[in-house]
Design a protein around this ligand. Structure first.
Ligand SMILES: [Zn+2]
Length: 112
């Protein structure tokens, strides 16, 4: 914090610097590695007392919560295999498998 004499260099703002750790966490749902944006998802909804979180792609979480109610999510809990027996989820995971980790289709279309 005690930065004396800040020299103006090419790295003025280290925000986008490559200091991301090598550790890549796989997405809980699709198993691909996560991209720049990791969503920490509660398999059991927080409102249902869920405390564990799992790393997910934003698009995977969106698809998941769009296809299941809180009650269903609570029932499945950490059982991702169970979730993937749902045809819609299965199809989605197969489809997203070849996408870039940072791929994020706008599932919610803005109309204005
Ligand atoms: Zn994913």
């Amino acid at each position: 914090m005690a930065r004396k004499h800040s020299k103006h260099g090419p790295y003025e703002d280290p925000q986008d610097d490559e200091d991301t750790p090598e550790v890549v966490v796989p997405c809980w749902l699709c198993g691909r590695k996560t991209g720049n944006t990791i969503v920490w998802h509660h398999p059991v909804p927080k409102s249902r007392g869920g405390r564990d979180v799992v790393p997910m792609h934003p698009i995977c979480q969106q698809t998941l919560i769009a296809n299941f109610t809180n009650s269903e999510l609570q029932r499945y809990g950490m059982d991702v295999e169970g979730l993937l027996t749902n045809p819609t989820m299965r199809k989605f995971v197969d489809w997203v498998a070849n996408k870039d980790p940072d791929f994020n289709a706008t599932t919610a279309k803005k109309k204005r």
